[in-house]
Design a protein around this ligand. Sequence first.
Ligand code: TRP
Ligand code: ZN
Length: 877
Amino acid sequence: MRNEDGQTIRLEDYRPYDYLVHSVDLDFTLGDGETTVRSRLILERRPGEEGYADLVLDGDEIEMTSIAVDGAPLEAGLYELTPERLVIQAVPQEGRFTLEVVTRLEPEKNSKLMGLYRTKGVWCTQCEAEGFRRITFFPDRPDVLSRYRVRVEADRAAAPILLSNGNPGERGELPGGRHFAVWDDPHPKPSYLFALVAGDLDVLTDGFTTAGGRKVDLAIYTEKGLAGRAAYAMDALKRSMVWDEKRFGREYDLDIFNIVAVSDFNMGAMENKGLNVFNHKYVLLDPQTATDGDYAGVETVIAHEYFHNWTGNRITCRDWFQLCLKEGLTVYRDQEFSADERSRAVKRIASVASLRAHQFPEDQGPLQHPVRPTRYREINNFYTATVYDKGAELVRMIATILGEDGFRAGMDLYFERHDGEATTIEAFIACFEEVTGTDLTQFALWYSQAGTPTLTVRESFEAGTLTLTLSQHLDGGAAQTGTAPMHLPVRFALVGPDGAEIDAKAESAEARVADGIIHLTTAEATIVFTGLAQRPLLSILRDFSAPVTLVHEQSAEDRAALARRDPNDYARWAAVNGLVETMLVGAAREGFSEARDGETIDALVEAAGDENLEPALRALIATLPGEVEIARLVAKDVDPEAVHAARIAALTAIGRLGAGPLAALRESLATDADFSPDAASAGQRALRNAVLAPLSLAAGDPGAAAAQYAGATNMTDRLAGLSVLVHHFAGSAAAEDALADFYGRFETDDLVIDKWFAIQATAPAADTLERVAALQRHPAFRLANPNRARSLIGSFAAANPLAFHRADGRGQAFVAEQLVALDRLNPQTAARLATSFRTWRSLEPIRRENARAALAAMQDEKSLSKDLKDIVERTLQ
Ligand code: TRP
Ligand code: ZN
């Protein structure tokens, strides 16, 4: 691997840092246009190390104004300052010494939103992964744990609120209208968990008493006038705190827990110790401005960041290759929380659909990497669906293999043994091996081998005996990390004609079969079930028990029967989904045929109407996969226009063939004006809205959608109406009127205006590119705001293949230009949006060549950031 402006970092090169950093004292003087940071470190040569070592500190775009060791200013010849490092020679090798460094920053000019920056006048930090080095010189790596004490000083009027990590200490007034506050964090932490916030903010407060009796003050800070919208986030926080105590025995460990919501933020949120900082999208909600999906997202992200307090903060990562140690595990924990708070089956289906839509294309394309990578050029580019979501699947498989009690015992040991440490995946796995006596060596291949295995299932039935052959196969992809057979836990059931599960005796020479799970560890295994009165239906890969591509040549009749009768809710969705995928891929390749797919549509309409199933599940059944997902299934020579036509034809046929029952369903679910965000009410809205598109398309009439838009009493229903208008009746007066009305209603509300941009950018219409180009000049558009850039440019590139991959290449060229412009402001966000190009090789030849040209144009740009360059080069390779 080659890299001109930075080197490739390799896992095998890891070695501990040469020094211990016992304590960090930071003193921030915040002022308009200029901020000064005084840092005082107490250091010591790592005991037991031989030989002299220079003190090497990281730095990035910061100006140093003074430096002293043990109180004596350092002469120029005794240190070396490069753009990336401060190297100090002749530091004491025995005992402790102090290093004092003063740096000057300009947070107002920091558009990268890493380090210290200002958003709407508020000072705010983001340090993960390598942002702390943009504040002061420091060994900015996760295995250097220190005690932090922070003093913040600012103008009282500009910043009445002064926050940092840990517990609050002294506060006081200073001359000239200034004031200060001191914060002390008793828990040693790595620099990436440091945070500071200062500004004029509103607050919502509450309290929580832990199981152990600790009283914790809770506070959510927002921009002025918005604290009222943080009530649901506060509720979700308290529920998360209760859940982690009950499910994992984990209690909170400080007297105060603060959350701050800001409008300029690179990602969703950040788990800084005792001071989480959030994208305001994941905090602020009310029924008029937020959808049910937004409520679910807030609940998930609040829980995720809170759960990091144990999985991430108390136990952190030794190096950034171990990122999945905290992220995969914490995603698993937040998924389990949502499953317990809402519906387990619905949450699992949503997670699986999202894994397949986002992680599978990554795992099957040029950006492929193992869950634990072994090399990177830019760590920001490894906060991926593979590390987070496949990482969570691996933890879920450990739980499946060991069972609930074994998993909990392994987690208990992990918390006990590694508390206060920066550790590795090996150490994590060893905890589960030790408490259960299980050898997980083969299982651990999941962490090192990239790619999605294919699981092929064949079945035959004769004279009361069912024979299953399971085989696994892994292709060597872009990452070239090996293809050995892994341990796949395959959950299954045999289902009788009456829908009951059959308990048949299983025998296999190759695979262990126990508790409804086939443990496939060989390339192939045969399992024989005997004593069956008649041929059962095979319900396999229940709950998506391993993240694989399932190839199961099951007849449409068997699938339709499972769609009607499988007692497992996930399996019913999967059965309908299997039929639907076959229908859509066939339609994209050969055109839609009602004669061929009538049965599939019947099965879908029937399951959507089945009152034994919860509405949220039926809504998922009634919702077709999106065009990007259909394109992934088509896989080769994709023509986005054919994919679009196939999906519309299927939707229209569902609305026509299911007209009676679906219209009746919609009637029966009439929403009441009293909005409640609970999962059951949200499920009813989801189901009612899921059938609006098919019914409207079949009727060829935007009337129902327009009426729903105009009469809506909450954002979920309003946006559902608007999206049918804009996506299926593009350019109609009804669509244009609704868009204008929507803008007028919500003009002052950034989060809602993001929806307004996104809904237009995702309209599958011929002139969407021209519209997006015009919107990019709209006064409300600001490229430097990540949410806005994502809502217009990001959603156009990620969710509108028809327009992005327009045959004339202008959609891709437009995105490439915008990314280059964005790269100058915010490389991290530009690189993330550029990943939409990752499917380019699966396009038909003309569009493929256009995409290559757009990527090459980006690559040719002078002074591309390390972030964007890394993505573009890997995508092209
Ligand atoms: N650790 C954060 C999380 O998963 C995400 C994160 C990583 C992040 N890097 C970031 C957030 C940069 C904002 C900016 O919860
Ligand atoms: Zn996380």
